[in-house]
Design a protein around this ligand. Structure first.
Ligand code: HEC
Ligand code: HEC
Ligand code: HEC
Ligand code: HEC
Ligand code: HEC
Length: 634
């Protein structure tokens, strides 16, 4: 049986972009049609893959296009400002079907099947190559009919890339070029590199805590029981096509209670909270730690997500007496005037005012000042996918009956912690390490507050490397090279394979300009983690300074093959080429470096402008460990 009715046609979009059009009538062989309301192409698969299709049908991938009001408002603004053709950029990720048919270039019939199709099965199931790892919808989709008999069926629909996070990276990594910003190049949302750089991908050279690695597919496509009898089920299970994430807005708007409750469950506990009374009276330290997120938290778009930590204080009688303002946990992109972006308008981004997002491995502390008569404090980490103002604008065109649901974006509580005034038992060593690591990340002049906690953890758990690694990191931060090296080596004796031991030793020495001494630890680290960007960057620098320009170039080239736009890689490549006397190539490399340099001075100037728009009594989120003061309730 040949599936000649599912035909694909490749069309070139932007230089790196190949999209798809789906032609033809639904498959005649489909035994059970579960849903007549599926876009072209999907119907052909749904007959035999009822579970995959039903799951996909409630996923954000199904609503990636003009069938999604939260997206539509933003892409319409972009199209009206920059022209329809420019929105090919968005289309490679959001509406590949429209891109492939060429319809994006023209006014779009928003109700047409193509504009409502979303990210259909055959896009992911045809991607067999990437020109490089710069994302931006740069994928090559293989175009051929779909045989229905094994082994041809599986061979056609499971290209090697399907199980690889690089597949996801082709769309989950955004670079905003000058053609979009009409200004400098900027990194957009990028969960791929955040994952690749972390212990979740088996990398994360500096991570003190390490969990077993997992792919995007493991977390976002876990095995799920195939209750509808999917033809591809193995042991009754298939990889879930719900692609659960943080988007509670879409299922709420569509009144899809099942997907909404699954999204809540996916989010709950993804980050944990812990609380400690500080040294100063009334000071409360809340420590967040990433538990189940394989990249920075929050992932995805950060300008429109609202994620925040808040605290409320109670008196002995149990009455609420004071409340904090919200500590945002996210990055804040701003426009050229330093104003926060509020309309999901990437074309106006000029820089980032602050980034309080949580790293995949390191705990982060937030300070609260609590009234003296408070006996109990409750802190909560909450998530609203879109701000209410954004949702109101986005939902204005939604039919009246559904508008309220679309506007009322649910708030999901990710974690909660209750801290009593009376001291409880001494925290275990793990909590002490978390507290120490979180404090060590603050400004250098207050980082030393971390020391007693890390020392106590070391005394409680003498066989564990983590307290020693925490101390090594603290000493690196304080510029105490010999102490840092001693701690890192002591940790290496306990756990020779722990990458952070080699990383911290090499970093301490390199920062003290002791490059020759740093080299053995740096090379040891690279042998442990050959794909780690921090390891490669360190090795490139150390090799370069000790005169091994060939070795430095090799490391820089590896860095660029992992992330072609990585500033550090481009810079090290420029230096190595110059050292090797390859001046012309060095000039090309330098130009590329300058194009992708993170211009700190521009970000600092934008931050100053951003500060002028803030209310003067709000804490400055760009300063680590600033204090949020709880205000008395009337
Ligand atoms: C007539 C029934 C039928 C249709 C229609 C069909 N499939 Fe399948 N598919 C199967 C069967 C049976 C298997 C398991 C055996 C195999 O791998 O070939 C399978 C397996 C798969 C696999 C797993 C392959 C592997 O190697 O593990 C993928 C992916 C897949 N199908 C995707 C699709 C997509 C996408 C469509 C729509 C374009 C589609 N199928 C249409 C019957 C079908
Ligand atoms: C966003 C990309 C994407 C889309 C869209 C997508 N799939 Fe998949 N699909 C995958 C990936 C990735 C895997 C394999 C996951 C793995 O093995 O780790 C997969 C696996 C499968 C399998 C094999 C089952 C299994 O347990 O491995 C079937 C069948 C399948 N998909 C069918 C479909 C159908 C039908 C649709 C449309 C309704 C669809 N897919 C849409 C990415 C996608
Ligand atoms: C062709 C582009 C493309 C590919 C390939 C792709 N995605 Fe997506 N993904 C999108 C777009 C676009 C959205 C946003 C849809 C929307 O909300 O408008 C999205 C949304 C998501 C979300 C958010 C879901 C939610 O409910 O919050 C997750 C999680 C996700 N994708 C995971 C993956 C994983 C894992 C892979 C690889 C197996 C993958 N994606 C491959 C384009 C893609
Ligand atoms: C260890 C598990 C894990 C891995 C691995 C992982 N994620 Fe996630 N991801 C999560 C969790 C949990 C969330 C929800 C919390 C958040 O938004 O950060 C999430 C959120 C997201 C979101 C945001 C959804 C939204 O609505 O804002 C996207 C997009 C996403 N992940 C894509 C990816 C991609 C792409 C990869 C691989 C490069 C990946 N994830 C790897 C666990 C994981
Ligand atoms: C490289 C792929 C890619 C490109 C290019 C891209 N996006 Fe996205 N976009 C995504 C992904 C992936 C998400 C989902 C992230 C999440 O769930 O947090 C997303 C989310 C969004 C959202 C949030 C609302 C929603 O539906 O989840 C808006 C709005 C949006 N994109 C607008 C645009 C516009 C407008 C453009 C073009 C100017 C564009 N995007 C270009 C990948 C892309």
């Amino acid at each position: 049986m040949e599936c000649d009715s599912v035909k694909l046609l490749a069309v070139r979009g932007s230089p790196f972009l190949i999209g798809l059009v789906l032609l033809g009538a639904p498959l005649r062989a489909a035994p059970t049609v579960i849903d007549g309301n599926l876009p072209p192409g999907v119907k052909s698969c749904a007959g035999c893959h009822a579970d995959a299709a039903a799951q996909w049908r409630s996923s954000a991938h199904r609503f990636s296009s003009f069938n999604n009001p939260y997206y539509r408002i933003s892409v319409e603004e972009f199209r009206s400002e920059r022209g329809a053709a420019a929105s090919k950029f968005c289309a490679g990720c959001h509406e590949p079907v429209l891109l492939a048919s060429g319809a994006v270039d023209r006014p779009i019939a928003e109700a047409s099947p193509e504009a409502q199709a979303g990210l259909v099965c055959l896009v992911c199931h045809s991607i067999d190559g990437l020109p490089d790892l710069s994302g931006n919808g740069g994928y090559h989709a293989h175009v051929s009919t779909v045989p229905l008999e094994p082994p041809g069926h599986g061979a056609r629909l499971r290209p090697a890339l399907l199980g690889d996070p690089k597949l996801c990276g082709s769309c989950h990594k955004v670079g905003l070029g000058p053609e979009i910003t009409h200004d400098r190049w900027l990194r957009g949302q990028d969960d791929y590199d955040a994952w690749q750089a972390s212990a979740a991908a088996g990398n994360g050279a500096g991570a003190v805590w390490r969990a077993p690695p997992s792919r995007c597919q493991d977390c976002h496509m876990p095995l799920e029981a195939a209750l509808l009898g999917d033809a591809a089920a193995k042991n009754g299970k298939i990889r879930s096509h719900r692609f659960l994430g943080a988007n509670a807005a879409l299922p709420a708007a569509r009144a899809d209670a099942d997907h909404l409750s699954r999204t809540r469950q996916f989010l709950e506990g993804a980050v944990s909270l812990d609380g400690f009374w500080g040294e100063a009276p009334g000071e409360l330290l809340v420590v967040m730690r990433n538990r189940r997120v394989g990249h920075r938290f929050p992932g995805g778009t950060m300008d429109s997500n609202e994620v925040w930590l808040e605290a409320e204080a109670f008196d002995a009688a149990g009455a609420a007496i004071a409340r904090s303002d919200a500590h945002p946990v996210r990055a804040q992109p701003v426009d050229g005037e330093g104003r926060p972006l509020e309309r999901r308008d990437p074309q106006h981004t000029r820089g980032v005012a602050f980034d309080t997002s949580l790293s995949p491995a390191d705990p982060q502390a937030v300070r609260f000042a609590v009234p003296a008569d408070a006996t109990r404090v409750v802190a909560r980490l909450r998530y609203r996918k879109f701000s209410l103002a954004y949702a109101k604008r986005a939902c204005a065109k939604v039919p009246r009956a559904e508008r309220q649901r679309c506007e009322d974006v649910p708030v999901v509580e990710i974690a909660q912690v209750e801290v009593d005034r009376k001291e409880d038992a001494e925290p275990g060593w793990e909590r002490l390490v978390d507290r120490g690591l979180a404090l060590a990340a603050s400004l250098a002049d207050s980082a030393s507050a971390a020391q007693p906690f890390l020392e106590r953890a070391r005394a409680l758990a003498p066989a564990r490397p983590e307290p020693l690694l925490g101390l090594a990191r603290l000493y690196v931060r304080l510029g105490q090279t010999d102490e840092a090296v001693a701690m890192a080596r002591a940790a290496a004796r306990l756990a020779p394979e722990h990458p952070a031991a080699a990383f911290l030793e090499a970093t301490a020495l390199e920062r003290a300009y002791r490059h020759a001494a740093a080299r053995p630890a740096a090379e040891r680290l690279l042998a442990l983690l050959p794909e780690d960007r921090a390891a490669l960057a360190l090795v490139a620098r150390v090799r370069g300074v000790v005169g091994d320009a060939t070795g430095a170039l090799a490391a820089a080239d590896r860095l660029i093959s992992i992330d072609p736009e990585l500033e550090d890689g481009l810079y090290q490549r420029t230096l190595a080429l110059a050292d090797l006397g390859r001046a012309a190539e060095a000039d090309v490399a330098r130009a590329r470096y300058l194009d992708h340099r993170v211009a700190t001075e521009i970000d600092l100037a934008l931050r100053e402008k951003w500060r002028s728009h803030r209310s003067p009594d709000a804490p400055d989120e760009s300063i680590p460990l600033h204090v949020h003061t709880l205000k008395r309730l009337p």
